[in-house]
Design a protein around this ligand. Structure first.
Ligand SMILES: NC(=O)C1=CN([C@@H]2O[C@H](COP(=O)(O)OP(=O)(O)OC[C@H]3O[C@@H](n4cnc5c(N)ncnc54)[C@H](OP(=O)(O)O)[C@@H]3O)[C@@H](O)[C@H]2O)C=CC1
Ligand SMILES: CC(C)CCC[C@@H](C)[C@H]1CC=C2C3=C(CC[C@@]21C)[C@@]1(C)CC[C@H](O)C(C)(C)[C@@H]1CC3
Length: 473
């Protein structure tokens, strides 16, 4: 066991910086507040293996003891069930007779694989690797890592989206039959699942060569299946190419809107013109993806980049789950047309607009506050001091609920489903899954913040009692 002075964790962030201790390590110092046993007025004993490792042995790999998703058994089930879920949802979506409780016939073996799908996925990923490596846009630094270093990231995702949009427009103008991809949805998804598995195996294998400080604190239990799922290495890179950052925002997210366009083209091919519902789903989701890429730098401080290892969960999430399930509404509308009244279309646009406003304003307010708390747009806001030296906002958006950005995101999710009507639950899959994801994510973040900020977090919770939905949750 390691014993440190009781005052050590109370130092301000500036003092720690002066001593060359990273912000992340500083916050980990405070994480220990929760885990300490005071055995005398000025001494603290750390009990968890992770904190013990951090303090006493920088060169040994972390050993994770807290597991999520039901541990190794839960992870094993998810590794099998998630790809099956994607195939099931796609099969139901593209079949006009299919329903959640009336399964369409399973696609024959031969329909699962198509060499054209392999070619398309290979070209798609290669093109985005090239676009990522183009020396355009600025280069930003990520948060400080455990070893005190900061990684550099290219901020050119929006360029990649623009180039892709131009290429898609050119293809449409010169008559490339993009609508054909609709028929290839299942083999494309199967191929993407293959890529996610291969990538995760590579990530798992290479993590054994990574230095201890490069491992994520959450994915190192020593149990192969669990660690494969959660990811052992935090920021795996080949040279300066960051695999996690690349996958998080490029092939999957941009692939999602391209597949939406394919659905729109297919609808035009079948019915002569796009429906209002299809146009709304396409426009809303394009806005969401454009926003993510326009604000690409903000992703560098998300939980996924800062905290989570890169394993099957994120590889599959980024490369399969996002492109093939987030746009189910558009796929659904191709085989289940739905006509909206002008009034309901207007109401849905309004709902998406409100959701987007809350999502963007709250995310920007926090990002601005974290970057520069003295900036004119945030300096008037009321805050609480914490022992880490960082402050917590208690007015403005973050004084409304503890996760206003999740609330906005959920309102948008609902607006993406409503254009499909109420005949089927399938278009509501995203909003249902997303509610579960955000409630789980909120609980994870809450745990981390409580450990990081201790008493200050309790004060924040009493000042802002609702997590996501005012007066409800
Ligand atoms: N479409 C999708 O599938 C998904 C979308 N998202 C979206 O991504 C966005 C980012 O979400 P996520 O990364 O989960 O987390 P958040 O952007 O909500 O960030 C949480 C962090 O914000 C800081 N924070 C919390 N409360 C305060 C406060 N009162 N004042 C100042 N800082 C505070 C804390 O970090 P610290 O104090 O260390 O700065 C906390 O850890 C959200 O809009 C979410 O909806 C997320 C997941 C999936
Ligand atoms: C397959 C599992 C059950 C769940 C996998 C979860 C992932 C799909 C999501 C985890 C966090 C994500 C984020 C976005 C997309 C979904 C995943 C990868 C995000 C890029 C979407 C666009 C937003 O504007 C954002 C804030 C940039 C998001 C960041 C988190």
């Amino acid at each position: 066991m390691t014993v440190i002075s009781g005052q050590q964790w109370m130092r301000t962030e500036r003092e720690r910086r002066a001593e060359g201790i990273s912000a992340q390590r500083a916050s980990e110092h405070n994480t220990r507040i929760k885990q300490r046993h005071v055995i005398g007025p000025a001494s603290i004993v750390y009990l968890t293996p992770v904190s013990h490792w951090m303090k006493s042995n920088k060169h040994k790999a972390p050993h994770t003891t807290d597991t999520e998703f039901g541990g190794a058994i839960g992870a094993a089930c998810l590794i099998v069930l998630l790809p099956l879920t994607v195939l099931f949802l796609l099969s139901v979506c593209v079949s006009a007779e299919g329903a959640v409780l009336r399964w369409p016939p399973l696609p024959p073996h031969s329909d699962l694989y198509d060499p054209r799908a392999v070619f398309i996925i290979a070209v798609w990923i290669s093109a985005h690797i090239l676009l990522y490596m183009l020396p355009v846009g600025k280069v930003s630094e990520g948060l400080v890592l455990r070893d005190g270093s900061r990684l550099k990231y290219p901020i050119n995702g929006f360029h990649a989206l623009c180039v892709t949009t131009v290429l898609v427009c050119v293809c449409v103008c010169v008559g490339v039959p993009l609508a054909l991809l609709y028929e290839l949805m299942v083999p494309l998804a199967v191929c993407a699942v293959g890529v996610a598995f291969l990538l995760s195996l590579y990530l798992y294998a290479r993590s054994f060569w990574a230095p201890a400080h490069a491992l994520a604190l959450g994915g190192n239990t020593g149990h192969a299946v669990y660690d494969f799922f959660m990811g052992r290495e935090l920021n795996p890179r080949i040279g300066s190419f960051d695999l996690k950052y690349f996958c998080e925002l490029r092939p999957g997210l941009i692939g999602w809107v391209v597949l939406n366009t394919v659905m729109l083209l297919k609808e035009v091919e079948l019915r002569g013109s796009p429906s209002v519902s299809m146009l709304l789903v396409n426009a809303f989701q394009l806005l969401y993806v454009s926003d993510a890429l326009w604000n690409e730098e903000a992703v560098l401080s998300t939980m996924d980049i800062v905290h989570d290892g890169f394993g099957f969960m994120l590889a599959f999430g980024d490369l399969v789950w996002v492109p093939f399930t987030y746009g189910l509404q558009a796929a659904f509308l191709v085989s289940h047309p739905h006509t909206l009244t002008p009034f309901s279309a207007l109401a849905i646009v309004l709902l998406n607009g409100i959701g987007y406003y809350v999502f963007r304003k709250s995310n920007s307010q926090k990002n601005q506050f974290r970057r520069d708390p003295t900036h004119a747009s945030v300096r008037h806001l009321e805050t609480i001091a914490t022992a880490t030296g960082k402050r917590l906002l208690v007015s403005g958006w973050w004084g409304f609920v503890r996760h206003p950005n999740y609330l906005g995101d959920l309102l948008m999710a609902l607006a993406w489903s409503l254009p499909c009507g109420f005949s089927h639950i399938l278009p509501y899959f995203y909003v249902l899954y997303f509610s579960v994801l955000l409630v789980h994510r909120e609980a994870r973040d809450e745990r981390q913040c409580r450990a990081k900020y201790g008493a200050a977090w309790e004060v924040y919770c009493s000042r802002v009692p609702y997590r996501i939905i005012p007066y409800i949750y």
